[in-house]
Design a protein around this ligand. Structure first.
Ligand code: MN
Length: 236
């Protein structure tokens, strides 16, 4: 039986719709997993959702409400989606205290960090002149990322310096307890987090590997590793 990878959806408030770019679905299928789309739900149901999948992808989307890291909204904050925040933060909290594999992408790394008690930069234009929201084809790598040698991420990618695409205007500021920074762009922004506990296969990246699985071996390795970790736990 294929391992099931639950993928959180974006929440479109005006349309009252759950939505997900098909790149995530194709990346999981290509990696040998079975994608299951997870709607935003009442946080009460996060436990049942956590039990229902072998692993999880926290996908990209809108900004997090800064109330969750004890800040008032600042200039540069974009649209927030409180319904999605509540559900995903509950699910990420379970994931941080569980054992199941997680790949958190873009907004996902921010959700993971805030669920762990960390903080975000509400708008990185205030702290860096390097562009992280580049107008380019979505698969195209636009900036360098340096990766901590010996980290889980470096082992998965089999490299310590890669180029990545970049579509974000927020970033991790202070990593939450239990998470550590393992990759940085040249301007010093955190581009990846992983669990401090080496046993827990929880990883977040600020870039979008789902856009480049057709062209980039590093992107393929991230999704393949997620599915492999799920298969290991299932003993299949
Ligand atoms: Mn970036």
């Amino acid at each position: 039986m294929l391992c099931t990878i639950g993928i959180t959806c974006n929440w479109l408030e005006k349309e009252q719709r759950n939505a997900l770019h098909n790149d995530y679905v194709e990346a999981v299928v290509k990696a040998g997993g079975l994608p299951l789309l997870l709607p935003s739900l009442s946080p009460r149901l996060a436990g049942a959702i956590y039990e229902s999948c072998d692993g999880f992808i926290f996908s990209g989307g809108h900004d997090l409400d800064p109330v969750f890291f004890m800040e008032e909204p600042r200039v540069g904050l974009g649209e927030i989606t409180p319904y999605r925040d509540d559900f995903e933060l509950a699910l990420a909290g379970l994931a941080l205290n569980g054992e199941k594999p997680v790949l958190a992408i873009c907004r996902g790394i921010q959700v993971l960090n805030v669920a762990a008690g960390g903080t975000l930069h509400q708008d990185i234009k205030n702290i860096s002149t390097q562009l992280h929201d580049v107008q380019s084809p979505r698969h195209h790598p636009v900036h360098q990322v340096n990766i901590e040698p010996g980290s889980r991420l470096a082992c998965i990618l089999q490299d310590t310096s890669i180029r990545v695409n970049s579509f974000h205007h927020q970033a991790v500021d202070e990593p939450g307890p239990g998470l550590k920074a393992v990759a940085w762009s040249r301007d010093g922004l955190i581009e990846a987090l992983e669990a401090e506990c080496g046993e827990l296969p929880v990883l977040g990246v600020q870039w979008h590997p789902e856009c480049s699985c057709e062209r980039d071996v590093y992107s393929v390795r991230l999704f393949r590793n997620l599915v492999l970790e799920c298969e290991k736990r299932r003993g299949s």
